[in-house]
Design a binder for this molecule. Sequence first.
Ligand SMILES: Cc1ncc(COP(=O)(O)O)c(C=O)c1O
Length: 404
Amino acid sequence: MAKINRNYLKLPGSYLFSTIGKKVREYEAANPDKKIIRLGIGDVTKPIAPEIIKTLHSAVDEMGEAETFHGYAPDLGYAFLRERIADFDYKTRGCDISADEIFVSDGAKCDCGNIQEIFSTDNRIAVCDPVYPVYVDSNVMAGRTGEYDEERMLFKDVIYMPCTAENGFMPGLPKEVPDLIYLCFPNNPTGAVMKKDELQKWVDYANKNGSVILYDAAYEAYISEADVPHSIFECDGARECAIEFRSFSKTAGFTGLRLGFTVIPKSLTVEGTQVHGLWARRHGTKYNGAPYIIQRAGEAVYSKEGRKQITEQIAGYMENAKIILNGLSEAGYEVSGGVNAPYIWLKTPGGMSSWEYFDYLLENAGVVGTPGSGFGPHGEHYFRLTAFGKRDNTIEAIERIKKL
Ligand SMILES: Cc1ncc(COP(=O)(O)O)c(C=O)c1O
């Protein structure tokens, strides 16, 4: 008789975005004349840059000619893309990463979720609280987290690292040593960043204790300050303890096109085994690669014109972030993030819970954001707004909030 993976039954319902959707639909039905502004879900709104569209068209045409048709992609991804990544994202930043340490994929979510497969189920994981939910849920599915404690809203065997206003939304080095440490900077949802000397402490800690850092740098392109590292491989010793995830989703608006990559240095070994080889084996067995046309589009992101166009897009989103950050500060809110990240993290006023503030904002301003408690218990009394909206909507949303 077939049996299911009972670990899936430990997952509490993922109600966050479905509850938000339901509340918004109900409000819209009851108030058909009111315009709702959505600054909740972290999806981009700007279209793909013209240089990338041009490349997509010509790659599509190539697929229609026998001489230029492409079938299955190489396991790690096309060299034309991996070499661009190695040069532009790593060598220019002084990171010793070569093209054959880069695995192209269809996005960071899959890689962040799948990476745990190559590690033993005995490993203890550590995550920030609040956290991007994929890291925890994928480990629940694998049976690495123990049972869910409904009251504390936490899994019993996970090491949670609270990120609060008191610690500047920066996790402290855990006393109980984890085997796998998930870090995400610039952070979703708080928008916080780790300076290079702070990140170096994590690398040293991991090397001292034999831990592996799983570093999610999906928002790296939004960094504006000089002392914030774009890659964990800017730190000494990271080649011996870290894996890095990157995404084209927020860098170049590829949320619908799908492209990302994972970097595993060949010098990263665990129990004497090269982790790169394990991921290569997994990739080769379970994945058939991102489409040729999308990898060509990814290559165009690194072209002179492509870079110029996506830099303008990111600057446009970060202008929204500034509007939100300044507007909310003027209105007396405690706000953070929004300088090196497209997320603004605000403390709910008057001690409201995250969901109370969600309802309050929807009903009184017609603005939709994301309740911080949806990202973990330490997100309670916080709220996330994104800079990915359209400019006029962002301005209007902030004007409405200021009038409350
Ligand atoms: C922290 C973080 N990592 C990864 C992802 C997923 O990226 P992708 O679209 O490449 O799967 C997201 C998307 O919201 C994210 O916020």
